[in-house]
Ligand binder design. Structure first.
Ligand SMILES: NC(=O)c1ccc[n+]([C@@H]2O[C@H](COP(=O)([O-])OP(=O)(O)OC[C@H]3O[C@@H](n4cnc5c(N)ncnc54)[C@H](OP(=O)(O)O)[C@@H]3O)[C@@H](O)[C@H]2O)c1
Length: 254
């Protein structure tokens, strides 16, 4: 897949994932604006190093082809007004995951709603679920050129096929193979606790991983991973590093 035609992209969130998205997509030639919750003056210099422009949130989503949401799932309702104003042709890509210890318990998701369907309900705009199933360290460090046999794949789910195709090209621009993971109703297969979630699989292992996901097991497996990480936190000798997290996810989720 060739590099995408340059697009105008607005990113909300400049944390672990948003920062790397800003750096990689600017470096790939896209025109990128970024915003966080505190204001453009607080955005770190290395986020902007490859050309992204710091702006306020309302400016980040105006006159763009693609909006990428990279914030805690519980913060999604706070930007709903901004997204509702967007024309239907603006692609909204969402990286969020539901972690009840961080996001508070959300009844609809606790009782079985697919996370991205909940997000769409909040936004009144369809989303493409993407970059949610790659850990921030793998995303920042493990990107490779197209065709590299060790390239990691990222699942991409959404109902608008044209929008999904464009987002898949953006995934390619960030150094990863994009795997078409189906519709939003299928996107639970890439949620926390699933075999495809943050396990750094190559393209040819992704179909089997998505297929083997078991919906009823995801929350318990996600919670086990959180507990195992929390048990090690604060101990300088065993603080989990990024490679530990991939090993842990493979052991618990696959
Ligand atoms: N960390 C990972 O390994 C990883 C991997 C894949 C997916 N994800 C998911 O991707 C999302 C982002 O994760 P992260 O780790 O990058 O989070 P993070 O480091 O906590 O960063 C969150 C960002 O969202 C911004 N934000 C919060 N509310 C906002 C609002 N109303 N308007 C604009 N910006 C707002 C924050 O702004 P401030 O900087 O001003 O606080 C911050 O920049 C989460 O849903 C997470 O589950 C994370």
């Amino acid at each position: 897949m060739n590099q995408t035609t340059p697009l105008s992209i607005g990113i909300l969130g400049t944390g672990h994932i948003g920062k790397t998205l800003a750096r990689k997509l600017s470096a790939a030639g896209h025109s990128v604006k970024v915003a966080n919750s505190r204001g453009p003056e607080t955005i770190e210099a290395d986020t902007l190093e490859t050309g992204a422009l710091p702006v306020k949130a309302e400016n980040a989503v105006s006159d763009v082809d693609v909006v990428i949401l990279s914030m805690p799932l519980a913060s999604i309702p706070a930007i709903s007004q901004l997204i509702q104003k967007l024309p239907p042709n603006v692609i909204v890509a969402d990286t969020s995951n539901y972690y009840p210890f961080r996001d508070r318990a959300i009844d609809e998701i606790e009782t079985g709603q697919v996370e991205s369907e909940w997000v769409e309900t909040q936004l009144h705009h369809p989303v493409i679920k993407v970059w949610n199933a790659i850990g921030s360290d793998s995303f920042a460090r493990k990107g490779k050129p197209a065709g590299d046999p060790h390239r990691i794949a990222i699942p991409v789910a959404g109902d608008n096929e044209a929008h999904k195709k464009i987002v898949m090209m953006l995934v390619n621009d960030t150094g990863f193979d994009a795997f078409d993971a189906g519709q939003i109703s299928d996107s639970w297969r890439q949620q926390p606790g699933a075999p495809a979630y943050c396990t750094d699989l190559p393209y040819d292992e992704m179909a089997a991983a998505l297929c083997s996901a078991e919906f009823s097991r995801l929350p318990a497996r996600r919670n086990l991973a959180v507990a195992a990480v929390q048990e090690r936190m604060g101990d300088s000798k065993t603080n989990p590093d990024a490679d530990f997290l991939v090993r842990l996810n493979r052991a618990l989720y696959m």
